[in-house]
Design a protein around this ligand. Structure first.
Ligand code: HEC
Length: 187
């Protein structure tokens, strides 16, 4: 925060010196009229011009600096978080959802996200899209389901450019229930 304060101070300083220069020129204009051709007045006006340019430069740099700092302080999530806020985020997961979260992170999160498509489809509320039994066999071994000619499995497989999902024969139906409880947790 002290950087912001410093740059504000710089802006005030440069504005201040700029107006001071203008004020002085105004006060001195009467005097300079009398001896406007002496070397000292030429030198004086030269230094004034340099001072003007300098204060303008400092002001411009300081304003840019403050702007950059200001933009940097806008949290990037502000924009991205807006659509997510519509969904009710539970404060605490149930015990089953907690177990599901652990399993999801260990097995599925490399390819699936809850809210948006990655390698595989987003899995938020997936249990409402398909039959529970179908989900058990898909998650345990999706390739087997595809080669058995299951229309639904083949449609998903083709939609995702025939990327293979891993098989999880080690997961029991209860494990899968836990995962599905977790993928419903944010609805
Ligand atoms: C290696 C990457 C990968 C992993 C790991 C993975 N999946 Fe998938 N999953 C996919 C892909 C790719 C698809 C799209 C269908 C296809 O191409 O086979 C998919 C499709 C699905 C679908 C169908 C979704 C729909 O909307 O049609 C479900 C349900 C699913 N996965 C659940 C899981 C679960 C649960 C896990 C963890 C136990 C998991 N997946 C782990 C890649 C993966």
């Amino acid at each position: 925060m002290s950087i912001v304060k410093t740059s504000f101070f710089l802006v005030y300083l440069s504005f201040g010196s700029y107006f001071y220069c203008v004020f002085r020129r105004f006060r001195e204009s009467d005097k300079t009229k009398l001896n406007y051709l002496t070397i000292s007045t030429i030198l004086e006006s030269l230094t004034k011009v340099i001072a003007y340019i300098f204060t303008f430069l400092i002001t411009a740099v300081a304003i840019c600096f403050v702007l950059v700092l200001y933009i940097g302080t806008i949290p990037q999530e502000t924009i991205a978080a807006v659509p997510v806020k519509i969904i009710d985020v539970p404060k605490k997961l149930t015990k089953q959802q907690g177990k599901g979260q652990v399993l999801f992170k260990a097995n599925c999160s490399s390819c699936h996200k809850l809210f948006k498509r990655s390698t595989g489809p987003e899995l938020l509320g997936i249990s409402e899209k398909y039959e529970r039994e179908w989900l058990y066999s898909w998650i345990k071994n999706s390739q087997e389901l595809i080669s058995s000619g299951d229309v639904q499995a083949m449609r998903i497989y083709n939609e995702y450019k025939q990327t293979n999902m891993n098989s999880f024969p080690q997961l029991s139906n209860e494990d899968i229930d836990d995962i599905l409880a977790y993928t419903n947790a944010y609805q």
